[in-house]
Design a protein around this ligand. Structure first.
Ligand code: FAD
Ligand code: SIN
Length: 531
């Protein structure tokens, strides 16, 4: 048994923020499934929202967040995050994040749903700069141990104890060490799940390959509540390209004047802007759910492969300066965004639901905390406002760490835990089946549980899940664990939570649009599932 003060599952913005705060007082072990920079954080483009301009107010940011979230947000969480945003940005500046500047102040860009310019950014590759600064700070701290290539399998709960006593505590995690091939039993007094979202439950997603909802599935299996899993966010503008499947074109392109238009094969409507038919006031800067649905609607109505995002009417030097990485990537693919439109489609982008937490990052299980995209804090409600996600990671990573430090004496020492049973063998035949099942899940989730839903399709998805779950459980019980098998088991768990939550919501709100219940109910109620 390998005992630690605190174990953090995840080395993205949430996990590293928590580690850096905790390291002032405790020793921390941070696990990452692959490379330390392998999560969504490093891929973030647009930036981080914060009220930093004299003409803007906290109330504006709160109100924009609640409007985007279709009223499902918990106001006290929104206030907490918005009010802590400037301090979070200051910490990042102190860690050396080279945010773009405009004369003496930080440059603020604009994105959909924001009534003011309030997005700090590092060109169009903010996430990379943030990940780099956090990682360097964490790596240089003597109290932080960073361990990549460790795949957390299950949280250690009462049933794993040598002498179970019915307690609900979480005491660490079993994790597959991909370098040795062995499963390690890692115990701790507190555990933070910061393992990111579940984007890869869907066939098309902007998220990295590891976004398989592991932490959400692990917490659920350990007995924690999850909420609002039906609120899956689709980004309106993922590049349409036959070779590059998940390259995001940041919302800031629309923020800086980009227009959505119908492409050449749209017949007599070719070249027309269409957002005026969906949101005449905000047009391309409407919240993401509205723009993604509009793109999806036009693509289906006209039988198109994509719609166009065009910023070629702006000065080419401005475009190159603001979007250097996107410009370079597109140039490599033969698209010059300064002179021609970019073909785009909607793709899954963000998991608004997750492990239910309170303002201190506490889950419903003692000793278990969560932060970032794996959690549901009440900030995003039915639809996340652009660039509020990284912000949530910094604020809740820090809050969870503070709560652990403050309540350290109340967190009991881990008891004796049974080691992992390593007697099972690998069956290479089954490995092919695992890959196929993975693709099958992602395909039916895309087709049946996508941007526009119906009860019939959700029930069809539920039926597929029930059948596949039996198969997956059988592989899992009989064979040695591999990363693919661990992820597949989590994928089916998370798909089940998404579909069950979607079936439970009898209205259309924010990201959950279901044709059988097109109306919004008077009261906004969270979908909370209990194991
Ligand atoms: P991640 O950064 O995803 O990190 C997850 C960590 O958990 C990784 O270290 C991973 O290895 C680890 N992990 C996962 N499973 C396991 C396991 N089983 N065992 C061990 N470790 C595990 N948000 C914004 O606010 N602004 C933006 O501009 C923005 N742009 C985006 C662009 C793209 C392309 C994408 C995909 C997302 C974007 N987002 C943006 C969303 C934002 O990047 C993410 O929500 C945020 O980075 C999530 O951070 P996190 O720390 O919760 O998780
Ligand atoms: C983007 O840059 O469009 C993504 C921003 C976000 O996901 O908040």
């Amino acid at each position: 048994m390998n005992q630690h003060d605190v174990i953090i599952i995840g080395s993205g913005a949430a996990g590293l923020s928590a580690a850096i705060t905790l390291a002032r007082t405790h020793k921390v072990l941070v696990l990452a499934k692959g490379e330390l920079a392998g999560g969504s954080t490093a891929w973030a483009q647009g930036g981080i929202a914060a009220v930093l301009d004299a003409g803007d107010t906290f109330e504006n940011h709160i109100s924009d967040t609640m409007i985007a979230g279709a009223g499902l947000n918990r106001r006290e969480t929104v206030e907490f995050v918005v009010e802590n945003a400037p301090a979070a940005i200051e910490r990042l500046v102190d860690m050396g994040v080279p945010f773009n500047e405009d004369e003496d102040a930080l440059h603020l860009t604009r994105e959909g749903g924001h009534s003011h310019r309030r997005i700090v950014h590092v060109d169009d590759a903010t996430g990379w700069a943030v990940q780099d600064a956090l990682q360097k700070t964490a790596a240089s701290h003597p109290n932080i141990t960073l361990k990549p290539h460790m795949v957390a399998i299950d949280l250690i709960a009462d049933r794993h104890r040598e002498s179970p006593d019915g307690s609900k505590n979480v005491w660490g995690v079993y994790a597959l060490n991909n370098e040795t091939g062995h499963v390690e039993t890692l115990t701790s007094r507190a555990t933070i799940v910061a393992s990111g979202g579940a984007g890869r439950t869907y066939l098309f997603s902007t998220a990295p390959r590891g976004a398989t909802g592991d932490g959400i599935a692990m917490a659920w299996r350990a007995g924690a509540r999850v909420s609002n899993m039906e609120m899956m966010q689709f980004h309106p503008t993922c590049l349409y390209n036959l070779e590059v499947k998940n390259f995001l074109i940041t919302e800031a392109v629309r923020g800086e004047g980009g227009h959505l238009k119908l492409p050449n094969d749209a017949g007599s409507e070719a070249g027309e802007r269409f957002m005026q038919r969906f949101d005449p006031e905000r047009m391309e800067l409407a919240p993401r759910d509205i723009v993604a649905r509009a793109n999806d609607h036009e693509i289906k109505r006209l039988g198109l492969d994509y719609v166009h995002l065009n910023i070629s009417h702006r000065d080419p030097e401005f475009v190159r300066q603001h979007f250097p990485n996107i410009h370079e990537k597109l140039t490599g693919l033969g698209i010059d965004m300064t002179t021609e439109p970019i073909p785009v489609v909607p793709a899954q982008h963000y998991t608004c639901g997750g492990i239910l937490i309170d303002l201190a990052g506490r889950t419903t299980l003692p000793g278990l905390y969560a932060a970032g995209e794996a959690s549901e804090s009440g900030l995003h409600g039915a639809n996340r406002l652009a660039s509020n996600s990284l912000l949530e990671c910094f604020v809740f990573g820090d809050a969870a760490a503070r709560d652990i430090a403050e309540h350290w004496d109340d967190l009991p020492e881990p008891p004796a835990i049974n080691p992992w049973d390593e007697s099972r063998v690998t069956d290479s035949d089954e490995e092919v089946v695992i890959k196929q099942t993975w693709t099958e899940i992602r395909r039916f989730m895309w087709n049946y549980v996508g941007i526009v839903r119906t009860t019939k399709r959700l029930e069809r998805a539920q039926h597929r899940i029930d059948l596949l779950r039996e198969e997956v459980e059988e592989y899992y019980s009989n064979f040695r664990v591999t990363q693919d098998l661990i992820e597949l088991r989590n994928l089916i768990e998370v798909a089940d939570l998404i579909v069950k939550s979607a079936l439970a919501r009898k209205e259309s709100r924010g990201l959950h649009y279901i044709t059988d219940y097109p109306e919004l109910l008077d009261q906004a109620v969270d979908t909370i599932l209990s194991p």
